[in-house]
Design a protein around this ligand. Structure first.
Ligand SMILES: *Cc1c(COP(=O)(O)O)cnc(C)c1O
Length: 388
């Protein structure tokens, strides 16, 4: 079966539940057993079947199965947010005295987790240049347990050479964890490129409508029991309604992504002609670091990209952003609506130098007509120029 057929077919149980296509939303804490023996037996394998609400319900399991199919993994665990998935995947594999290699362009709260809680627990983190590739071998230490990748990275969109990094990480005995949110698990097959644990903020494209908080960790069978035990032990439990929305999102993911991709490519191309733009940070453009790696390893692009602007004063940037008709300002992305967020990448980077001092705009291209979005940006640039 081709991928899009799989996404329509996975995790369905024809002939059950009165023939209704989607599973119901099970709300559960207590699960009761008829005898003491049944209760004890179920406790021997708490991660099989339905045992206790925190360990998941049939709604959770259907969503997990669908995401495992999407990413080409054997198992998936749903978590209450993308950040919970990141924290859980890392904390399951480090102890005091261990070392993490973290890409310098990771989602910023991931970096803050390393700088704060994990540092306090005695776990040391070294940040690396996302374009390091096989050179990561030189940063590996005997106590390096995790090499964390994100491609393309947050804000600056460098595309990492994940296979080269994974090869060096595995040689040194470390696990490769990837934040695969940008590709939605659709445009990048993590397990064909050396990833051990693939994380998504399913809050983004899988949810797709800006109304659910959800994270996933997808993996091979051999990592499952330890990860499930850690997630349950830390108390992580994805909400049943959000799992339901996530499963619904998987069904329409391919169709939505095709539109996000087309709109983003058109708008990025238009932006590349603008005098205000220093560089288009879209992996499909040669100006984006790692463009060749993207061409080799990815099968497409989602709707999130950046543009580095010339070094304009912040009041001129605000004149642009504050008057937008269609691009709203706010965090998260992956929904049907377009978003714009400015930020200055240079001060955020500690392991390499970002070449431009000014602001970069992060754009999420939603499902609106691209012509309306271009008009909105054009008027925004006019306001920016008038404020100089
Ligand atoms: C949003 C985001 C997260 C965190 O997801 P939440 O569901 O908001 O916790 C993690 N990684 C990336 C790349 C993100 O964009």
């Amino acid at each position: 079966m081709k991928k899009d057929t799989l996404l329509a077919t996975t995790a369905r149980r024809p002939g059950t539940n009165f023939g209704i296509v989607n599973p119901p939303v099970y709300h559960a804490s207590t699960v009761v057993f008829p005898t003491l023996k049944a209760l004890h037996d179920a406790g021997q394998t708490p991660f099989e079947g339905v045992y206790y609400g925190r360990y998941g319900t049939p709604t959770t399991f259907a969503f997990e199965e669908a995401v495992a199919t999407l990413e080409g993994g054997e198992k998936c665990i749903a978590l209450p947010s993308g950040m919970a998935a990141i924290a859980c995947a890392i904390m399951a594999h480090v102890q005091s005295g261990d070392h993490i290699l973290m890409t310098d362009n990771a989602y910023y709260p991931t970096i803050k987790l390393c700088q704060g809680l994990l540092k306090g627990f005695g776990v040391e983190t070294t940040y690396y240049d996302p374009m390091i590739g096989a050179g990561i071998a030189e940063l590996m230490r005997p106590n390096t347990k995790i090499v964390f990748t994100e491609a393309p990275g947050s804000i600056t969109f460098e595309v990492q050479d994940v296979p080269a990094i994974a090869e060096a990480a595995h040689r040194g005995g470390a696990l490769v964890v990837m934040d695969n949110t940008w590709s939605a698990g659709y445009f990048f097959a993590p397990f064909e490129h050396g990833v051990d644990l693939s994380i998504q903020a399913a809050t983004k494209y899988i949810g797709g409508h800006s109304d659910a908080m959800l994270g996933t960790i997808t993996m091979a069978e051999k990592h499952y029991e330890h990860m499930r035990r850690t997630a349950a032990g830390l108390g992580y439990c994805a909400a049943p309604d959000d799992c339901y929305l996530g499963l619904r999102g998987v069904r329409s993911l391919a169709a939505r992504l095709a539109r996000h991709q087309d709109g983003a490519l058109r708008i990025a191309k238009w932006l590349s002609t603008r005098p205000e733009v220093e560089a288009v940070l879209h992996p499909a453009f040669p100006s984006c670091p790692g463009h060749d790696t993207w061409k080799r390893d990815f099968t497409g692009a989602s709707g999130l990209f950046g543009v580095q602007l010339k070094d304009y004063p912040i009041n001129a940037i605000a004149a642009m952003t504050d008057g937008m008709e269609h691009f709203a300002m706010g965090y998260s992305w992956g929904g049907f609506e377009s978003l714009i967020v400015p930020s200055a990448p240079a001060p955020m980077r500690t392991a390499y130098r970002w070449p431009w001092p000014g602001q970069a705009l992060r754009l999420h291209i939603g499902l609106e007509d691209p012509d309306d979005l271009i008009t909105d940006l054009e008027r925004g640039f006019a306001r920016l120029n008038a404020a100089l």
